[in-house]
Design a binder for this molecule. Sequence first.
Ligand code: AMP
Ligand code: ZN
Length: 465
Amino acid sequence: MGLVFLNTFTRKKEAFAPLEPGKVELYTCGPTVYDFPHIGNYRTFLFEDLLRRYLKYKGFSVVQVMNLTDVDDRTIAASRKEGIPLSEYTARYSKAFFEDLKTLNFDLAEHYPAATEHVGEMVEIIQKLLKDGYAYESGGSIYYKISAFPGYGTLPHFKPDELKAGARVAADSYEKEEVGDFALWKAWDEKDGDVFWETPLGKGRPGWHIECSAMSMKYLGDRFDIHTGGVDNIFPHHENERAQSDAFAGHPVVKYWLHSEHLLVEGKKMSKSLGNFYTLRDLLTKGFAPPAIRYALISVHYRLPLNFTFEGMTAARGALERLYDFQRSVKNAKEAREGVEVGHAIHKARETFEQEMDDDLNISGALAALFDFVRETNRLIISYGLSPKDKEKIGEFLCKLDSVLGFLKEPSVSIDLQVEKLIAQRNDARSQKDFARSDQLRLELEKMGIILEDTPQGTKWKKRL
Ligand code: AMP
Ligand code: ZN
């Protein structure tokens, strides 16, 4: 059995075969840059990172596009509330987003296009939809006529009676009950302030859904392999995008649709509107290291809801510590002759890891294989030790797994933190008049190349050059 994915469109597990052998084109809906993303958003982005990394592990070359939604109802409302230009406002949160990606050790996508830079492409698609009878004008805005698209409602698996066409919605986000013709182009309105484009469609701005149709087809063409997002994107965002893109192209554009379940808090979706959210920065301030956050958000299958709790965070930290301890034990293991056991253990763990990941990215099974390997190898270390060659093999194996997992490298504590800690201990010793201890700490710092200077404002330090 090879790689299989559960396709939201068919609700079936399907063997994965990319359009072009050896190459995968992947479109992942990105953040709306109106605020710091919360860790629910990162659960979805990390699922996409895991998908991307595993495809690369399997030998595919991957072209991933993740858009930035930098104009929509939310960004406009938020920037106007603060009274600063939209581009200045969204630049702040785009910057924060890229910092977070680095912190969480994302394998970066090939393209991060911003919606505001692709309005021309959106206008072209809308013009064609108008010409072909999929869209109409009303009050200066342009709407998509869902009754013109056979099969509208298939991706969210709507029943026929849920599709009472005729209603019209102007908002970017809306509920299933409001299903109807949706806005492709919104005529300028006072609440948009100075956000508008003068185009052949009139003065206005694009709707949210057309942004992703334009950016996906611009970078990946009108047929590509995988489109992903969180389950809340299935309707209306992805169904509307599908209706637009497929009508424009004249054929289905996306081959596989994959959606990740939500991060929940007490059974409810973590969201800005419910106020039940934590940002990445919140968790860092509470003392959780980035790899533990990455572990906690990745280690449950993407199609299962994940309840966020601090106990869960602590458990993730504990699991990671076991993995770091293991790597230290390997390094410090006493020398033994080379045997066949380590090779066998690696082989078995690799096979199970791959079988589980091939099965729609079953990460919990894949991690179980890793922990079994750790247990088995620890037994060998205690009973016999390891040969230098075996140590090398284990190192290579873990490195390969980490190309998928991205949390196996223990972060080194920065020199600054270590120094600050030792200086604080030395100050404590001095205030308790324990001069032997304070001298010993000064010596320890000196060995690290740190020179201390006690001043009336406190202890200053610098690195010896
Ligand atoms: P947004 O910035 O709201 O456009 O959302 C960015 C991504 O995060 C989308 O793919 C959403 O589906 C996803 N998302 C939003 N809330 C959650 C949540 N609580 N858990 C998982 N994914 C989420
Ligand atoms: Zn999108």
